[in-house]
Design a protein around this ligand. Structure first.
Ligand code: C2E
Ligand code: MG
Ligand code: MG
Length: 400
């Protein structure tokens, strides 16, 4: 007796896992700060007979029947298996995001599924990212928030998918422990032509940054969308323009080619000057910032630093405080007068704070960071400094 198509689909799907018919495709995300591939999103595909079916056709059935719970666990395990393989062939810093459905959240075993998969494949938790949507958190926000905190304790990253559809509540961005926010493709599509959509996208990006979240734009299909998102300070893009979802071999080929996002801002727009009398500090900073795409200049003392600034435009300068000849604060107060558009940062020992305080209060120093530093934190603060500098510089023509 033949079944109704929906039932048939469900019964086929229930066997798809055992039959090895499920496959993950990978869609690269491009980092707008350095132009490189930041990682990928794993998207499920089902070989139903000869035909490759898309999630739109079977995820709703999987959700309704509850099959999404075992399928979702398979996706998490498969993603970790890929991460393990990639680490073995030397691409260990790749990030992989998986989509998690509401049913998985409610099933009560998500934490165990995630930590078992990480342990089984020996994967660093920060390489795995879970993409959730806002609506699935809103059924029971307190329970969801507690679960997300436990997942964060494991060390995985969490991002909010399809932001802008459904609730789109700004308060939720601080209520849940998130790392990133993905702007839904419907906004990206309209943003270039519609002033209101553009304003919403700009506000989402600005607010997310204030809350310390990275912003990913989904469904980027045109150069115009890319350029506009870059100008608004978006951190990453995902979309057909950069790459379609592709099988593993094609994704690895993209990584091997070193594919980059087109149209990086001119180098001169992002030049960083590092001034420190200790060569080891200069090389540690250089190494830490290698992937950020800045043009990096160095100087061993303040006078050399001033010479470099006279020679070419520099947007951000980071200086040590204790240097022979001229202290960092004196150096930066000169920079303030001579190159007011250059954003000034001191990176020095905690003990130097009293000496630096006056300079901060005088506005000669924008930020004071202490040695030893935390790489990820300092990198983020430097990105922020470039963003702030760009905003200040763009305001300049309208100043009285
Ligand atoms: P999503 O998580 O928002 O994934 C992005 C979707 O947008 C993908 O569709 C991707 O192929 C598509 N896309 C990416 N760039 C572009 C673009 O430039 N233009 C256009 N028009 N589309 C673009 P896909 O692969 O069909 O997946 C659809 C949805 O199915 C996903 O939306 C996600 O919600 C769900 N899904 C996919 N895999 C899984 C999974 O393993 N588990 C669960 N629970 N859901 C999944
Ligand atoms: Mg997603
Ligand atoms: Mg999405």
């Amino acid at each position: 007796m033949s079944q109704a198509p929906a039932l048939e689909l469900e019964s086929d799907l229930s066997q798809a896992m055992q039959r090895g018919e499920l496959e993950l495709f990978f869609q690269a995300k491009g980092d707008l700060h350095n132009g490189r591939i930041h990682g990928a999103e794993a998207l499920l595909r089902w070989w139903r007979g000869e035909r490759l079916t898309q999630p739109g056709e079977f995820i709703p059935v999987a959700e309704k029947s509850g099959l999404i719970v075992p399928i979702g666990a398979w996706v998490i395990d498969a993603a970790c298996a890929y991460l393990q393989t990639w680490a073995k062939i030397g691409i260990g810093d790749t990030r992989l995001a998986v989509n998690v459905s509401a049913r998985q959240l409610l099933a009560g075993n998500l934490e165990a599924v995630v930590s078992d998969a990480l342990a089984r494949h020996g994967v660093r938790p920060e390489c795995l990212e879970l993409e959730l949507t806002e609506s699935m958190l809103m059924d029971d926000p307190e329970a969801a928030s507690a679960l997300l905190l436990r997942l964060k304790d494991i060390g995985v990253k969490i991002s909010l998918d399809d932001f802008g559809t459904g609730y789109s509540c700004f308060a939720n961005l601080s209520r849940f422990p998130l790392d990133a926010l993905k702007i839904d493709q419907s906004f990206v599509r309209l943003m270039v032509e519609e002033a209101n959509t553009a304003a919403i996208v700009a506000a989402i990006i600005a607010l997310a940054h204030r809350l310390g979240l990275r912003v990913v734009a989904e469904g980027v299909e045109t150069e115009a969308q890319l350029a506009y998102l870059r100008r608004l300070g978006c951190d990453e893009i995902q979309g057909f323009l950069f790459s379609r979802p592709v099988p593993e071999a094609d994704y690895l080929a993209l990584l091997a080619q070193g594919k980059t996002v087109s149209g990086q801002p001119e180098e001169a727009a992002r030049t960083l000057l590092l001034v420190d009398d200790e060569p080891a500090i200069l090389s540690a900073l250089r190494r830490m910032l290698r992937q950020e795409g800045y043009r990096i200049l160095t100087a061993n003392n303040a006078v050399e630093g001033l010479e470099r600034l006279a020679l070419e435009p520099v947007q951000v300068v980071i200086s040590d405080q204790r240097m022979p000849g001229m202290a960092g604060t004196e150096f930066l107060s000169r920079v303030k007068t001579m190159h007011p558009d250059c954003l000034r940062i001191i990176l020095s020992g905690q003990a130097e704070l009293p000496a630096v305080l006056d300079a901060i209060n005088d506005g000669a120093v924008y930020k004071f960071f202490t040695k030893p530093w935390d790489d990820a934190h300092l990198r983020e603060r430097i990105r922020e400094a470039f963003r702030v500098q760009a905003v200040l510089a763009s305001l300049k023509p309208s100043r009285p």
